[in-house]
Design a protein around this ligand. Sequence first.
Ligand SMILES: [Zn+2]
Length: 204
Amino acid sequence: MKDGLCRVVRIAQRVKAQGGEVRSPFLRSFRGYGTHQDRQLPIAAFVTRSQWSSTSSDSDDVPKILPPPQNWSDHDTRNTLHHPLRHACMNIIRQVAGTQADLPTPSAPTLTPSYLLTSYTLFLTHEPCIMCTMALLHSRVKDVFYVFPMPQTGGCGGLVKESVPGLRGVNHRFGIFRWKEELLAELGVQGTGTELSVDPTLDV
Ligand SMILES: [Zn+2]
């Protein structure tokens, strides 16, 4: 767990330090390169299959035959790509989907259907918004760990007090864990308080 949290926070710190740049030459000339709106937001995601995952999720979702372990990481790119849906969470789900689309179709007749994030744990710097939380629910993620709560927009206990996967009628539940920011020093990660702060009204 600590490795995943360290990794995602350091990705966000690197994104913050680099500042980001507009990737499209057309947008660079059209929008004006280097404005505040073109800076990357320091919001990162890291997903892996972990042995430390809780048993809170529905075990029926776990396939009998698991694909080889694989890790992915990504970050928010809505500003640099000028795309309002390029949240860190959506980016990493797209990345996983792109990878799994290249895998051969399993032929084992007893294989339980596997979704994009079945048996995987996701680490986020910030609590995901409602849209991203629903995407995680549909992807059947096993557990979500995040550091910074988003009380005005979060879907894992921030805006929605019971959390989206805790609502009655949803067809999947996943574990939600918040790592307290003050404990980051224990992981050897310093100075994230203001460094990784974002607009509290932002959907992340
Ligand atoms: Zn989001």
